[in-house]
Design a binder for this molecule. Structure first.
Ligand SMILES: NC(=O)c1ccc[n+]([C@@H]2O[C@H](COP(=O)([O-])OP(=O)(O)OC[C@H]3O[C@@H](n4cnc5c(N)ncnc54)[C@H](OP(=O)(O)O)[C@@H]3O)[C@@H](O)[C@H]2O)c1
Length: 168
């Protein structure tokens, strides 16, 4: 159970903590996908007994790598990744382009798997939650849960490739 977008954290997180104490919730957390709330999120991560956070993270949206993801590791807080495609942003950027052949080195056969494996490979990430309205895309996305993940050197190559694409 999560406090969505850092809503009313003092009230809502208190309720979640109480329900967890009663054994009615297993994991409690807070979420944001708004950079203006990152500082507040960091404060909550330092001061509250969170099991997880939900945060936006994508290969072309990596601000969370600076503080939030290392802090999650340090505090043993799980990380759910939201908007791993930046909604439509990454799709606009790769439109009409083939996924690089070297993506086969980490068992990615589509851009979706390329983007999902990038975030899944970060050591702080617990789970990735791509959204889709199409069964075919869901099957494609599930492919990212199989095979190898990119290592650090490969992740840098992936970033260079995406950085060189036109802006969304
Ligand atoms: N604060 C919060 O708690 C918060 C805020 C934002 C998002 N979230 C959560 O994060 C998750 C994902 O967020 P999101 O929907 O905003 O962004 P997203 O997963 O980054 O992007 C979804 C977009 O990607 C397309 N897509 C998905 N799979 C594809 C594939 N294999 N090939 C081509 N296109 C594909 C979808 O189109 P199709 O439908 O056509 O596949 C849709 O337009 C959701 O579970 C959402 O609830 C939480």
């Amino acid at each position: 159970m999560q406090v969505h977008n850092l809503g009313d954290v003092p009230t809502q997180l208190s309720i979640l903590k109480e329900l967890k104490e009663q054994g009615r919730l297993r994991y409690i957390g807070v979420t944001t996908t708004n950079q203006r709330q990152y500082a507040e999120l960091e404060q909550i991560m330092r001061n509250e007994p969170l099991d997880f956070i939900g945060i936006d993270y994508a290969i072309d949206n990596r601000d969370v790598e600076t503080t939030i993801l290392p802090l999650a590791r340090e505090r043993n807080i799980g990380v759910l990744v939201y908007a791993p495609f930046g909604r439509t942003r990454l799709w606009n950027r790769v439109s009409g382009r083939e996924v690089p052949a070297w993506a086969a080195e980490f068992d990615a056969t589509s851009w979706a798997q390329f983007f999902l494996k990038f975030v899944a490979a970060h050591p702080a990430v617990t789970a990735v939650t791509p959204a889709t309205s199409r069964a075919r895309n869901m099957i494609d996305n599930l492919g990212a849960a199989m095979g190898r993940l990119p290592d650090e050197a490969m992740r840098r190559r992936m970033i260079q490739t995406v950085d060189a694409l036109p802006a969304a």
